[in-house]
Design a protein around this ligand. Structure first.
Ligand code: NDP
Length: 327
């Protein structure tokens, strides 16, 4: 028996989440059984724990879109008992039972060996949000970061915090957009040199182009803010579009693409091929300062998750929540 956060749906379609004791034989099929040590709280997890079940495809369900732990048993030659592994993506925690559990059984293809320099707790301090932030930075690098500050929207959130710390550590000037003025000191401690108030960029404008300001952008917010930012990018600069915390609609024109050669790069962490995942985790171990990562962490246990799921959907979580599933 092991503990897990189970989300159930009643006959009226109402969902509820509670910590339950579960038999090992109820785990879904997979080649590798992992003794999970840590998981995290991402925006998607908030949707999956919350009323209506968000992205959950089958009930009862164990959410948790990422985890890190130690292999307990493996039918796949790539992994043996005792190996440290990390998982993000592949719709784990949505379609397949996820990381809010002391045990997980998954396909070997979905795992990545923990890189040197990261333990399981640090790997989950990074988690899906931080992994995605790294993918976003790598995409900007592939297209060339221009002179001028790099903008990070939703800066105090999970993706934004890690993107800010990585970009600053790589020597870029970072401007963080936040709707929470009380996070200014926190963002500066991660390396942001400029703080932009959310209202400044949420105001819509009829002008499709404004002064060229940003040498690159990691955007976790989408919506009106992304539309506005596109018109402020430097010639040939790129925006890595990661999320939609501020809305899915994009009320933009094609003008920034036509007249300034702006690139809008879509970032998807879920279906990343194995080699890309390994490359991104190695870059995280190398380019993310561990003292800054520690400053982002808020610890939690399984029973905290229903409340934390609500908080992240309201944009009230700062940095990264690390869930110790054995506490
Ligand atoms: P968080 O909730 O931790 O951060 C989002 C941040 O966005 C908030 O902290 C807040 O930052 C800001 N924000 C929230 N609501 C609004 C709003 N209405 N207008 C403007 N800003 C707002 O979430 P994550 O960082 O984990 O994820 C961010 C987004 O990225 C989500 O949409 C998520 O689904 C997506 N995502 C996508 C992935 C991919 O593979 N493409 C992977 C991981 C996440 P502040 O308080 O500083 O303003």
């Amino acid at each position: 028996m092991f503990n897990a956060l189970m989300v159930e749906k009643d006959d009226e379609g109402k969902t509820s989440a509670s910590v339950q004791k579960i038999d090992l034989d109820r785990l879904p099929d997979g080649d590798v059984t992992v003794a999970v040590e840590y998981s995290t709280v991402n925006y998607k997890d908030g949707l999956c724990i919350g009323p209506g079940g968000g992205l959950v495809r089958n009930y009862p369900h164990v959410p948790g879109i990422d985890f890190a732990g130690t292999v307990e048993a493996s039918d796949d030659a790539r992994y043996k008992a005792g190996d440290k592994v990390v998982l993000t993506g592949w719709r784990v925690g949505e379609v397949h039972w996820g990381g809010y559990s002391q045990k997980a059984r998954v396909k070997a293809d979905w795992l990545v060996p923990l890189p040197d320099g990261l333990d399981t707790r640090k790997a989950m301090a990074v988690g899906t949000a931080g992994f995605t932030a790294m993918l976003a930075v790598m995409a900007l690098e592939d297209h060339g970061i221009k002179d001028g500050p790099v903008l990070v929207t939703g800066a105090a959130g999970g993706v934004g915090s890690v993107a800010t710390a990585i970009l600053a550590n790589l020597g870029h000037e970072v401007a963080g957009v936040t709707g929470r003025p009380d996070t200014e000191d926190y963002l500066k401690s991660l390396g942001a040199t400029q703080i932009v108030a959310r209202e400044e960029l949420n105001e819509t404008t009829k002008r499709p182009l404004e002064a060229e300001v940003w040498g690159g952008c990691v955007d976790a917010v989408g919506g009106d803010m992304l539309a506005r930012v596109l018109g402020q990018m430097k010639y040939g600069a790129s925006v890595s579009a990661v999320g939609l915390a501020g809305g899915a609609a994009l009320p933009a024109t094609v003008i920034p693409f036509l007249l300034r050669g702006v690139n809008l790069l879509g970032i998807d962490s879920v279906m990343q091929p194995y080699d890309n995942r390994v490359r991104a985790w190695a870059r995280i171990a190398k380019d993310l300062p561990m003292d800054k990562l520690e400053a982002m962490v808020q610890p939690a246990v399984l029973s905290d998750l229903p409340a934390l799921g609500r908080d992240i959907l309201k944009g009230q979580v700062k940095g990264r929540v690390v869930v110790d599933v054995n506490a």
